[in-house]
Design a protein around this ligand. Structure first.
Ligand code: 5GP
Ligand code: 5GP
Length: 227
């Protein structure tokens, strides 16, 4: 016969195990991705300015993406929690300046933010509700001023070419962490600086060294077009 005490102990252990299961991370870190508007717009496909007007000549947010350490990532995690603009109405004007949409046809941003929430944001909803998620992205944007980092190192968006290592070095010097640089090609086929990835801890509060980098390659020298 088991004593009451030992049954109670087992029950307590089971409860502890179940609560750990519930709190288990459903991802390992975030990529915080910013896009250079000049490189989104000078491609074959071109772009459309948002209905609120031409964005500043500055990096804009693309997304905050939950990721696994093995390089894979979850997506579209909760169809029952779709994007709801009324939950972030106080953030709209800040989102319009810092997370502008450049896709065609011109939009007010809702389609872009909705896509990002539904595809990526729902995968971190256990830690960040909709408002927290967008607020966290905006706060990371304030902490990572990429254009200033590059300009400080003499790297300017005026159509010139720079070594990939000088771009990474400038960002590392200013932000403290090594970024991943994604390139695309302009309408003449030149490789250019398109997106910058920084890694962020699971509470979306601080940058970290990337556990893994995405795939893809730039040339050793890439262009930095104007916008
Ligand atoms: P592309 O295939 O153009 O690189 O990426 C298309 C989309 O897939 C991205 O905008 C993003 O939504 C998602 N994606 C691509 N690579 C990654 C990645 O490494 N991690 C995460 N979380 N999403 C990614
Ligand atoms: P992802 O690549 O994050 O999966 O998807 C991006 C989606 O958002 C695409 O459907 C794209 O058309 C739309 N989108 C709207 N505005 C923008 C923008 O400014 N940049 C990018 N990369 N995608 C945008």
């Amino acid at each position: 016969m088991e004593s009451k005490g030992s049954i109670l102990l087992k029950l307590l252990l089971l409860l502890q195990y179940l609560s750990l299961l519930c709190a288990a991370q459903d991802f390992d870190f975030f990529y915080f991705v910013q896009q250079w508007p000049g490189s989104y717009c000078d491609t074959e496909k071109s772009c459309c300015y948002p209905t609120s007007g031409k964005p500043d000549a500055d990096f804009g947010i693309h997304g905050l993406w939950p990721n696994y350490n093995d390089g894979s990532y979850p997506s579209n995690c909760d169809p029952n929690n779709p994007f709801n603009p009324s939950q972030i109405s106080d953030l709209t004007s800040s989102l319009q300046s810092n997370w502008p949409t450049l896709a065609c046809p011109s939009g007010d941003g809702i389609t872009f933010w909705s896509h990002e929430w539904n595809k990526h944001g729902t995968c971190s909803e256990s830690l960040l509700k909709q408002h927290d998620y967008f607020e966290a992205a905006l706060s990371l944007r304030q902490k990572a001023n990429l254009l200033q980092a590059l300009k400080t190192a003499g790297i300017e968006p005026s159509g010139g070419s720079y070594s990939l290592s000088s771009i990474k070095g400038a960002i590392k010097d200013a932000i403290g962490y090594t970024p991943f640089i994604e390139c695309n090609v302009d309408s003449s086929g030149n490789s250019q600086l398109y997106q910058v990835y920084l890694c962020v801890n699971t509470s979306a509060s601080d940058f970290i060294e990337c556990p893994v980098f995405p795939g893809g390659k730039c040339g050793s020298d890439i262009q930095f077009p104007s916008f």
